[in-house]
Design a protein around this ligand. Structure first.
Ligand code: UD1
Ligand code: MG
Length: 476
């Protein structure tokens, strides 16, 4: 880890984010599967800084719940009088750190390496401030960099204060800076809220430093996308797109095949083993772990699941908090709810739903079935349309089915109930009592055949159709 024990990091995360038109504070919005502020905090973790300070305001408690577990210390900015004011609020927490790196909580794509390079440039250049900038084809919405010569900066001009000529400038302020604290505080002390929002802009400190003859440098980011800030919903979508692309590229580099990658959405903590194939329009979410040589077919959504090696997920499965051991096959159109464990070689077919259930090794439930609160042994066959009636209106009740059992189609197993090893349940049975080992459980009305009944019925109906219709009386 880099040695930056003379650096404090400040994450600016107090603003509301008016342009998002949302009841949720801006930095709590998600992109790439995480709240914006979490990305920023994580990027700063690898810098080896003295401390990380988060300036909070809107929905401070919720933001604190995200940044504090990552080691950040919170300070409260109330009311939010601008980015410069936010720094003044953090002054005491920054303490005697020689340098301070400022990160806006709404620019989540920045990488640790980029920040390391910024700090290095700042230290080497012995500058009062070093600004990370980007050259954008469309710079609208950002503050613009006014340069004086090759390396040095004259000022930052906010969008609302640009002259017609300055509007053409396409080098923007990312709001990521490194400051020498000894130079920052006196400059910030001179900044006045000279703008229509009556806010103290951190950007104005740069102009003040320049006027005092201090060195202000700018470093153009190699990848301008890293500097994208999220002020609007469209910005959020663009940033999300970039995060998703990064994740897919990383997995492909690690030996995963992804078909039509731009249609596949994968959360940051998901892991996938070598030679696994992900088909189009798949979503892998949360902390999902997928083994090697699996296939996850089109349209499937996998959330917080663990899949062993060589698992096949047929198209359009929805799975949550479930574990699938090696060689399991599920779907198409299977729904695995929380607490499902499919042991090695188990198979679930179309329109099968499971919840809090264990399906043993090599056991099959191929069609139209509900398995809830059930423990099923190995090599058992669950026939089409089997329903486990686990809920009695008050509580959920358990069902146990042994090894090598055979549940006939359309059986209803009314829990709590046990089906022994090797037992049969006759098709169409409603089972309310335990079925012992190797027994047949049958619970249905006996069949009665009425010879000739259907032919007689047809003849009657045909005769009725041939009979002349009575005329309706005319009503007067
Ligand atoms: C800011 C910069 C602009 C830059 C852009 C880059 C200023 C005045 N402008 O504009 O030059 O191009 O970022 O994305 O700094 N915040 C607080 N307290 C406040 C105000 C803001 O913590 O009182 C936080 C916000 O929550 C946000 C960050 O600071 O995370 C930036 O604020 P925002 O309102 O998004 O500034 P921009 O208009 O984007
Ligand atoms: Mg912004």
């Amino acid at each position: 880890m880099a040695n930056n024990k003379d650096v404090a990091i400040v994450i600016l995360a107090a603003g509301k984010g008016t342009r998002l038109k949302s009841s949720l504070a801006k930095v709590l919005h998600t992109a790439g599967g995480r709240p914006l502020v979490e990305h920023v905090a994580r990027a700063s973790l690898g810098l080896g800084a003295k401390k990380i300070i988060a300036v909070l305001g809107h929905q401070a408690e919720k933001v604190a719940e995200i940044v504090e577990p990552l080691g950040a210390e919170s300070v409260l900015q109330q009311p939010q009088n601008g980015t410069g004011h936010a720094m003044l609020v953090a002054k005491r927490a920054i303490g005697n750190a020689k340098f301070v790196v400022v990160l806006p909580g709404d620019a989540p794509l920045v990488k640790t390496e980029t920040l390391k390079a910024l700090i290095q440039k700042h230290k080497q250049g012995q500058a009062a401030a070093t600004i990370l900038t980007a050259v954008l084809a469309d710079p609208s919405g950002y503050g613009r960099i006014l340069r004086k010569g090759e390396d040095a900066v004259l000022a930052i001009v906010e969008e609302s204060q640009l002259t017609a000529e300055q509007r053409e400038l396409n080098e923007i302020n990312s709001s990521i800076y490194c400051f020498a604290t000894a130079k920052l505080w006196p400059a910030l002390g001179q900044v006045k809220p000279n703008n229509k929002h009556r806010e103290i802009y951190l950007t104005d400190a740069v102009g003040v430093m320049n006027a005092k003859g201090e060195t202000v440098l700018a470093e153009i980011a190699a990848d301008s996308r890293e500097m994208l800030g999220c002020n609007t919903r469209a910005d959020l979508a663009e940033v999300d797109h970039t995060f998703r692309e990064r994740k897919r590229e990383q997995l492909m580099a690690d030996g995963v095949s992804i078909q039509l990658p731009e249609t596949v959405l994968i959360d940051p903590e998901v892991t996938v083993g070598e030679d696994t194939v992900i088909e189009p329009c798949v979503q892998l979410l949360g902390k999902t772990k997928i083994g090697a040589r699996c296939v996850v077919k089109t349209g499937s959504v996998v959330h917080n699941c663990v899949l062993g090696d060589t698992v096949t997920v047929e198209p359009h499965c929805v799975m949550t908090e479930s574990k699938l051991e090696t060689d399991v096959v599920v779907g198409p159109f299977a729904r695995l709810r929380v607490g499902t464990l499919l042991k090695s070689g188990a198979r679930l077919g179309n329109f099968v739903e499971t919840k809090q259930s264990v399906v043993g090794e090599g056991t099959k439930a191929m069609h139209l079935t509900y398995l809830g609160d059930a423990k099923i042994g190995s090599k058992t066959n669950i026939g089409a349309g089997t329903i486990i009636c686990n809920y009695d209106g008050f509580q959920k009740n358990p069902t146990t089915i042994g090894n090598r059992a055979f549940i006939g189609s359309d059986a209803a197993l009314v829990a709590p109930v046990r089906i022994g090893d090797g037992a049969y349940v006759a098709a169409g049975s409603t089972i309310t009592d335990n079925v012992p080992e190797d027994a047949l459980g049958i619970a249905r009305g006996r069949q009665v055949n009425k010879p000739g009944w259907a032919g007689k019925k047809r003849r009657e109906l045909a005769a009725r159709q041939r009979a002349p219709k009575k005329k309706k009386p005319i009503r007067r």
